[in-house]
Each structure stands twice: as C-alpha cells, then as structure tokens.
Design a protein around this ligand. Structure first.
Ligand SMILES: Nc1ncnc2c1ncn2[C@@H]1O[C@H](COP(=O)(O)OP(=O)(O)O)[C@@H](O)[C@H]1O
Ligand SMILES: [Mg+2]
Length: 235
C-alpha cells in the first residue's frame, strides 16, 4: 500500500520572497519588497495600485519578461530560472498588451494562426485554421471579421483578436495590462466576461492589471500594490 501523503498541488504561479530593484547610473528604485504571493488556476485576479506602484513590473516578472533581483518565481512548482523564461513564455504564459501588438499587415485569422505556428501549439484536431476560427468565434468575431485586416477592426475587436491569439497558444496563465483602457463600457464588459469564462470554465489563471474598479469588482481576487508591498483581498 502506498502510505505516502498525497502530493499537494503547487499553485500555478508563486512568488517567494521576491524583491525587484531598478538600478540606473543615478538612482536605485526599489519597486517590490519581499513579496510572497500565490496565483491559482480557475481564478481571475486583478492588480490595482497607483501609477508608479509597480503593477507593470509585477506583470513583467510574472510573465517571464524579466527576472526578479531577489527571490524565486515558480510555475507549477518549478523555478522559472530553471524552466527558462523563453520556454515559460512560449508554452505556459501569454500576455495581451494594451496596444494589442498585432501584426498589422495580416488578417485576424492570420494573426492567430501565426501565433500557433511560432509557439508550436497544435490543436487536438490537428487543424490550426479551424481551431483559430473557433477561438475567434468564442471571443465574438465571426468568419467575416476573421478575414479582415486587423486595422479594419475596431479597438474592441482588435483586443478580442489579441485574446484569441493568446488562447491559441493554449497557455495556463493569461496576463493583460490595462486591457479595457481604450474600450467603451459595453465592449469592456464583453472582454471582462471572456476573462471570467476563461478562469471559471477553462480553469485558466487570469491576471489583469487595471485602474478600473468595475473590472476589479468582477474579478475573484484583487491585489493592491502600494509602497512595494501587496495587499490581497476578495474583490
Ligand atoms: N526600466 C526601468 N528603469 C528604472 N526605473 C523603472 C523602470 N521601469 C519602471 N521603473 C520605475 O519603477 C516604478 C514602478 O514602475 P511600473 O512597474 O511601471 O509601475 P506602474 O505600472 O504601477 O505604473 C516607477 O517608479 C518607475 O519609474
Ligand atoms: Mg504600468
């Protein structure tokens, strides 16, 4: 009989004693001070805090764009430094940027397919185009819009393409920095609904930086950054 205790599943993402300092020639800015945090799958988080409090810094460390000055960040229990930031970004995490960062000479569909090709993501059916169309439909873009050059889509529609592209890579963690900043209320509402659905029905870990109290109120947990520390609360 196996008498070992059941393994405790590590959080999707874990910050352990993480500090981050920017050192320029003239000054040193300590942005994060000994942060301990856990992010779980199936949960939609929002990160709040005044301008300059370190929200973007936290996101860039969590999404593997940068390494912390001190401390450890783990994905499913594995140190990102060991896993490799490139591999982590390629296979497990995706970021929806405020400016979308879409390839503007391509259609929405081509943007999503290209992301799958770059990351090597293979849908279960093996058919990338069908999968891309499915994901675009899921975020509310019909085949007609999918075939349009992304510059011929509205801001909200481009944001949806960016989300579909992130999903196409079948990541575990989705990050977004101010995703509803440029959108009208109805469009923003639709995007928030997508984040909730991703967390609650697809078991993704969704982490969104925002200034919007409306968005924060609809997330499961809020993290507030202030003076290098993070306060965690239920939204
Ligand atoms: N590359 C950098 N070099 C030096 N200081 C930086 C750099 N990036 C950000 N900072 C400083 O770190 C602090 C936090 O920045 P940031 O994470 O962008 O905050 P937020 O996203 O909450 O506005 C600010 O004081 C900012 O000026
Ligand atoms: Mg910022």
């Amino acid at each position: 009989m196996n008498r070992t205790a059941p393994a405790i599943t590590p959080p999707a993402l874990q910050f352990a004693d993480v500090s981050h300092v920017y050192q320029n020639q003239r000054r040193r800015t300590t942005v994060l001070k000994q942060i301990d945090l856990a992010f779980e799958r199936g949960t939609f988080y929002t990160v709040l805090g005044p301008s300059g409090s370190g929200k973007t810094t936290l996101l860039s460390l969590a999404s593997g764009l940068d390494s912390p000055t001190k401390g450890t960040i783990r994905f499913d229990g594995q140190d990102l430094a060991e896993l490799g930031l490139g591999r982590y970004r390629n296979k497990h995490a995706a970021t929806v940027f405020q400016q979308y960062n879409l390839l503007t000479y391509m259609t929405a569909l081509q943007n999503v397919i290209t992301a799958m090709e770059i990351t090597g993501a293979k849908p279960a059916t093996g058919r990338r185009k069908a999968h891309a169309l499915e994901l675009l439909a899921k975020v509310g873009l019909d085949p007609d819009m999918a075939d349009r050059n992304v510059l011929k889509l509205s801001g909200g529609q481009q944001q949806r393409v960016a989300i579909a592209r992130a999903l196409a890579c079948d990541v575990d963690i989705l990050f977004a920095d101010e995703p509803t900043g440029n959108l009208d209320e109805d469009t923003a509402d639709g995007i928030i609904g997508i984040f909730q659905e991703l967390a609650h029905t697809q078991n993704k870990c969704v982490i969104v930086v925002t200034h919007s109290q409306t968005l924060a109120a609809r997330s499961d947990r809020t993290l507030t950054l202030r003076k290098g520390k993070v306060a965690v609360g239920a939204a």
